[in-house]
Write a protein that binds this ligand. Structure first.
Ligand SMILES: Cc1ncc(COP(=O)(O)OP(=O)(O)O)c(N)n1
Ligand SMILES: Cc1nc(C(=O)O)sc1CCOP(=O)(O)O
Ligand SMILES: [Mg+2]
Length: 488
């Protein structure tokens, strides 16, 4: 079996012992249900008898083989690689997917001879030299630790996060962190370049192994899997809005950003002087190029000023079953000027809105979509409900200069949620709408639920405003490059 990097994300290793009454295979199955992406059978000496905690059972070769076969069958069922710790011969005998060996175990070359080229070989390397040698000698991945204090392995030596990061960045094979990792400390390893989290006690000491693994898997996948997003929008030559703001925002969220350009605009912080629309055919070709290669985990849509451009986007989103989709219905400029004609509005409403997961109108745009006048917070709530009832997509209705200022309203199937924001006295707000919608798309791409994605995006906007960047002669751009902490 060829190992893929993403298979190492949630690396579950069997515990040295298990709670009374629970068979190991049952526990492993719960972790598989919760999202374990690889399982390692690790057995040392003896274990407490699962049926009588006052007794111990010696791990005989027969018992180890029996357990290995049971867990191997489960792993096959869940299509997850099954590895055995230390015991290369057993792995060869039962045709396990791989082995994990330590520095004092069998050398890699010897294990490779026994197992062949297709079997996964992981090696423990807690020092940089050992990790480089593991790569040179043909290991498929490296396990490095102990990244936190652990009571599970007495002879584990501590490894600082800096040293761990150096190992991750020095070898081209994936590196898994191990030792004392828990659901609450795993964030500390974010951005080290790790491929996954190898965990024993935090999973198996929990009364609900499935739910525990699932929470760990959510966090792990967010941190180690690559996430991608696509912006379909216009270019802003001044870099503060449109495609440029979207790509900067995606990058700040560690999401790989891609673009399909709908128009070129000549603009700066004082206004737009010229617009040159892409042809619908060329927009379609950009979308084909993106979707047939790197599939976006989320799509953000911004400026689309003609019916034909809107229709081609709707057609391609349907063709590639793109979702989730964040639609910023750019219809009214900050100055109040209407940006799209009636034909384009019809296409937006009839062709695109039904494909959107969430739309992010400002108050004038919500007035057009709901055909209601919005003067108060109660009007916002009513208009949002009207839009939801009419088009069926979640609405993030952004508070205006006169109504509720920093507070936005979300209307979804559960009704109204007000999301309170912090008023930041910064007159430089060019590109705030684009930035907000692409931040929502970035969070959706990383797997956050919609409401949480919106809340996180609002906090990102606050950070970009608080940086007080002051550029240009008009309303300047935001500081997109602010550092986002995991807890944003
Ligand atoms: C993924 C992973 N990393 C490290 C280890 C530790 O292996 P080793 O050094 O051989 O120590 P023991 O597990 O045999 O005590 C591992 N098992 N898995
Ligand atoms: C098996 C193992 N190897 C380690 C190393 O540092 O090489 S630490 C460790 C124990 C991991 O268990 P837990 O998740 O309970 O801390
Ligand atoms: Mg070992």
């Amino acid at each position: 079996m060829k190992l893929t990097r993403s298979q190492l994300a949630v690396y579950v290793i069997t515990p040295p012992t298990y709670p009374t009454g629970q068979e190991l295979a049952d526990q492993v199955e719960q972790s598989l249900k919760g999202g374990a992406t690889i399982i390692q059978l690790r057995r040392k000496g003896s274990i407490i008898d699962p049926k009588d905690s006052t007794k111990t059972i010696t791990i005989t070769p027969e018992l180890m083989r029996e357990e290995a076969l049971l867990i191997q069958a489960l792993c096959k069922q869940y299509n997850v690689p099954f590895l055995i710790d230390d015991n290369v011969q057993l792995a060869a005998d039962i045709k396990a997917d791989g082995v994990h060996i330590g520095q004092d175990d069998m050398p890699i070359a010897e294990a490779r001879k026994i197992l062949g080229d297709d079997v996964i070989i992981g090696l423990t390397a807690n020092k940089l030299d050992d990790a480089i040698r593991a790569y040179e000698e043909g290991a498929d991945y490296v396990g490095s630790g102990a990244v936190f204090a652990t009571g599970t392995k007495n002879d584990a030596t501590p490894l600082s996060h800096k040293a761990f990061e150096t190992i991750c960045r020095s070898i081209p094979i994936p590196v898994v962190a191990i030792g004392g990792i828990t659901e609450s400390n795993m964030d500390q390893l974010d951005t080290t370049g790790l491929a996954g989290f190898a965990i024993i006690s935090d999973i198996f000491n929990d009364a609900d192994i499935e739910t525990k693994t699932s929470r760990i898997a959510q966090k792990a996948n967010r941190m180690v899997l690559p996430h991608t997003a696509l912006t379909i929008a216009g270019s802003d030559s001044s870099g503060g809005a449109g495609i440029q703001a979207d790509l900067k925002t995606m990058m700040a969220h560690h999401v790989y950003g891609m673009s399909a350009i709908t128009a070129l605009t000549a603009q700066n912080t004082t206004g737009v002087t010229s617009i040159f629309n892409t042809t619908p055919q060329f927009l379609g070709e950009q979308l084909d190029a993106v979707f047939t290669d790197i599939r976006p985990d989320a799509v953000k849509i911004g400026m689309l000023s003609t019916k034909e451009l809107i229709q081609v986007v709707a057609e391609k989103l349907r063709q590639y079953d793109a979702k989730p989709v964040v639609l910023d219905p750019v219809m009214v400029a900050t100055s109040g000027a209407r940006l799209i004609d009636e034909n384009a509005l019809d296409a937006l409403v009839n062709d695109l809105l039904p494909l959107a997961t969430v739309i992010t109108p400002n108050i004038p745009e919500a007035e057009i979509l709901s055909r209601e006048s919005i003067k108060t917070a109660a009007d916002m709530e009513h208009a949002a409900k009207t839009i939801f009832d009419t088009y069926g997509c979640t609405i993030l209705l952004k508070g205006g200069h006169t109504i509720n200022d920093a507070n936005d309203l979300v209307y979804d199937a559960n009704g109204i949620h007000w999301i309170t924001g912090q008023r930041i006295q910064n007159p430089n707000t060019h590109g705030t709408g684009c930035t907000l919608s692409s931040a929502i798309a970035s969070n959706l791409a990383k797997g956050y639920p919609l409401l949480e994605s919106i809340e996180r995006a609002k906090r990102y906007i606050s950070l970009t405003l608080s940086a007080m960047l002051d550029l240009g002669q008009g309303s300047g751009p935001l500081e997109h490059g602010v550092k986002i902490k995991n807890e944003l």
